[in-house]
Design a binder for this molecule. Structure first.
Ligand code: PLP
Length: 389
């Protein structure tokens, strides 16, 4: 088959490939413990499910404006204003089927061939995929383990050039659980403002899965940053709504009009009943979100302790999201061979650090979106295979 040349530059997300392999093993009768996929194992809160079902029965089954239903855009604007401490108007919000399209659309709308994009590596694989797809130059920034995977801010600032068109930030971070501090954001904001045409895409999808009290700070709230920041957020992680496909971007109104045009060209709009459910998620009872984060916190402690008891593993305690990123160099095995070995030999599905970029070599990512019992069983299996520390 002759494909268009640009397809050679398009990457992927290997979590879905590992999941498929794990499912194939299960079909052969093997017991696999799933610690590979990045989705909460909790049910969508029942008030949200009810709102979605009611919406379908009440006729919310037709197109909406491409940028989203006014009622949801307003609810998002209110929520973002409150949580980030910045005034946001509904016409600065674009609703999408999941938050992922905001990555694609931001890069398509702002980045030309030959431009540079600074992004975290290891990081969510779709960033690098999008950067390469449009023919831009990916400029990776490290996340040092010894600093609990806080992005290397000095490295980021040193990598900015007049060609830098976009800086991608993600905090709390996938795959490391690293969290940026207000002082980091202040420094990045100052440096970015020294460049006339540089934007920031701030991926805040794990904002509510934070193990310290208080709100996660946003770079959009730093002086002078509103007009050059796209805040990416959504419902997948906070409300266990991965399959509903509901996310959004908050950006200056002029850019929102162009991103809406990309929505018109691709999806037309986001599913209507999903949007109605999104209003309930934001405005209804928040107890289930708090309960979920409390549960994740217990699992985090258990998995960190467990992984540190496996020979050759060294694991920091992450500050946010629901992933751990142990250093596995002590096993003497590469990330990918170890990922394959764990799945094949003991039925533990996880991801090689290299699934998140070249700087992930020497690490594995485990998602702790699974029960405490299964997490403990996975640790036991790995200890049997690799030995106890
Ligand atoms: N951003 C990060 C860092 C993620 O890990 C994910 C999903 O795994 C997303 C964005 C996309 O979320 P959604 O399911 O809403 O498209």
């Amino acid at each position: 088959m002759k494909l268009a040349k640009r397809m050679a530059n398009l990457g992927t997300e290997t979590a879905f490939e590992v999941l498929a392999r794990a499912k194939a093993l299960e079909a052969e009768g093997r017991d696999v413990i799933h610690l590979e996929i990045g989705e909460p194992d909790f049910d969508t809160p029942s008030n949200v499910v009810e709102a979605g079902a009611r919406a379908m029965r009440s006729g919310f089954t037709h197109y909406t404006p491409s940028a989203g239903m006014p009622v949801l855009r307003e609810a998002i604007a209110l929520d973002v204003s409150r949580t980030r401490g910045i005034p946001v108007h509904a016409d600065e919000v674009v609703v999408c089927p999941g938050a992922k399209p905001i990555m694609f659309f931001s890069v398509l709308a702002l980045v030309d061939e030959g431009d540079e994009v600074v992004y975290p590596n290891p990081g969510f694989p779709i960033y690098e995929s999008m950067i390469r797809f449009v023919g831009a130059k990916p400029v990776p920034v490290r996340l040092p383990e010894e600093k609990d995977f806080r992005l290397d801010v000095d490295g980021l600032i040193a990598s900015l050039t007049p060609r830098t068109r976009l800086v991608i930030l993600n905090s709390p971070q996938n795959p490391t659980g690293g969290v940026l501090e207000t002082s980091d954001l202040d420094r990045i904001a100052k440096a970015v403002q020294g460049l006339p045409e540089c934007w920031v895409l701030s991926d805040e999808i794990y904002r509510r899965i934070l193990y310290a009290p208080g709100e996660h700070p946003s770079i959009a709230a730093r002086a002078g940053m509103r007009e050059r920041t796209i805040v990416l957020d959504g419902f997948s992680k906070s409300f266990a709504m991965t399959g509903w496909r509901l996310g959004y971007g908050v950006m200056p109104k002029d850019l929102a009009a162009h991103v809406s045009r990309l929505m018109t060209n691709s999806n037309s709009c986001t599913a209507t009943f999903t949007q109605v459910a999104g209003v309930e998620a934001l405005q209804g009872d928040q107890a289930s979100v708090e309960k979920m984060v409390g549960e994740f916190s217990k699992r985090r402690d258990a998995i960190v302790k467990g992984l540190n008891s496996v020979k050759g593993f060294r694991c920091r305690t992450p500050l946010g999201a629901f992933y751990v990123f142990p250093n596995v160099t002590g096993t003497g095995k590469g990330s990918k061979p170890l990922q394959d070995l764990l799945l094949q030999e003991v039925g533990v599905a996880c991801l090689a650090g290299t699934s998140f970029g070249a700087n992930g070599e020497g690490y594995l990512r485990f998602s702790y979106a699974n029960s405490l019992e299964r997490i403990e069983a996975a640790v036991e299996r790995m200890r049997k295979l690799l030995g106890a520390a």
